[in-house]
Design a protein around this ligand. Structure first.
Ligand code: NDP
Length: 298
């Protein structure tokens, strides 16, 4: 069997960012202002600082105004809620993203609930989760929407395909499963209590791995020719003499590539899609706030 095709999220994400950039420029000309994204970071978590920096840069590169709010770790819930209320009212702000995880003592659900659902470009608000669940237009979490774009690009029509989603988090697994059902796939959601996981995965034409366990999914779990989307980002312990360990996904990539029909690498697969979809959602939010229909082809 030939080696699986690589699903190159980096290339797809760059093309999406370019389309968003062109549409953002057209919007700015029409509206007399750029679309705007406010990113709120509380505390000094190093990974979160990197993500927030990357989001700001990606916004500016796409012609989206970025408003960064960096608050100390001891920020009170009342102060954070009052900032969100200000951003809800601010007409220059189309999207609001509060970087998770929040420091202990801040109630993540209460903070997400305070965001205007029409500015909730992360798609984490219960209103948006509900909209997705009943098939109404709303914001869909960036990572699963990015996975769906890669899948449709690769497979076209997903009707009747067997899909297994491993993981049931609110930000990846559950919305991913919903998107697959909406695309007429037959979906199984697996999690830590699932029995005979390998057998279940072996039935799937589409495997979505969103677990957070390095290289858990082995080649002999994969149906020959299946399409494998690896959401996991795990850092291995450093090898002797190295400062940092390698990044790997939830799938044992090298061996799975011998069996799968197509597979995303880690890094360079799903990861780059997440920020590109965030920009896309912000642009869609800007159109909504301006009373325009969502731009086509995004
Ligand atoms: P969570 O920790 O919230 O969820 C993990 C899920 O995996 C849970 O549903 C859990 O089951 C399940 N699980 C844990 N162990 C097993 C097991 N042994 N067998 C089967 N299922 C298991 O993680 P997230 O959904 O937030 O993220 C998943 C991965 O994706 C992480 O590696 C994360 O870093 C990565 N990620 C990548 C993004 C990107 O941009 N590429 C964005 C977001 C996440 P249970 O519910 O029973 O506990």
């Amino acid at each position: 069997m030939p080696e699986a095709a690589l699903i190159d999220g980096k290339v797809f994400a760059e093309a999406l960012r370019a389309r968003v950039g062109a549409a953002a420029a057209a919007f700015a000309q029409w509206a007399g202002r750029r679309p705007g994204l406010a990113v709120v970071l509380v505390g000094e978590d190093p990974a979160s600082q990197v993500y927030v920096g990357a989001k700001g840069k990606a916004c500016e590169a796409a012609g989206i105004a970025s408003f960064e709010h960096r608050l100390p770790a001891d920020t009170s819930e009342a102060a954070l809620l009052s900032l969100i209320e200000r951003l809800n009212q601010d007409e220059a702000v189309d999207g609001i993203l509060v970087q998770m995880p929040l420091p202990q003592g801040l109630d993540e659900q209460a903070i997400i609930a305070a965001i205007n659902p029409d500015k909730d470009v992360d798609g984490f608000h219960v209103i948006n989760a509900g909209r997705l669940s009943v098939g109404q237009a709303g914001f869909i979490p960036c990572t699963p929407l990015g996975c769906m774009m890669l899948l449709k690009d690769r497979l076209g029509d997903l009707s009747g395909l067997d899909a297994v989603v491993i993981g049931r988090s609110n930000i990846v697994g559950k919305p991913m499963a919903q998107l697959l059902v909406d695309a007429n796939a037959t979906v199984t959601i697996a999690h830590s209590r699932t029995k005979n996981l390998a057998d279940i995965v072996r039935r799937a034409d589409i495997v979505i791995a969103a677990v957070g366990r390095p290289e858990m999914i082995r080649a002999d779990w994969i149906k020959p020719g299946a399409t494998v989307i690896d959401v996991g980002i795990n850092r291995l312990p450093p090898e002797p003499g190295k400062e940092r360990g390698r990044l790997v996904g939830d799938v044992a990539f090298a061996e799975a590539r011998e069996v799968a029909g197509a597979i995303t690498p880690v890094p360079g697969g799903v990861g780059p899609m997440t920020i590109a979809v965030l920009l896309r959602n912000t642009l869609v939010a800007a159109h909504g706030h301006a009373g325009l229909p969502a731009p086509e082809g995004l």
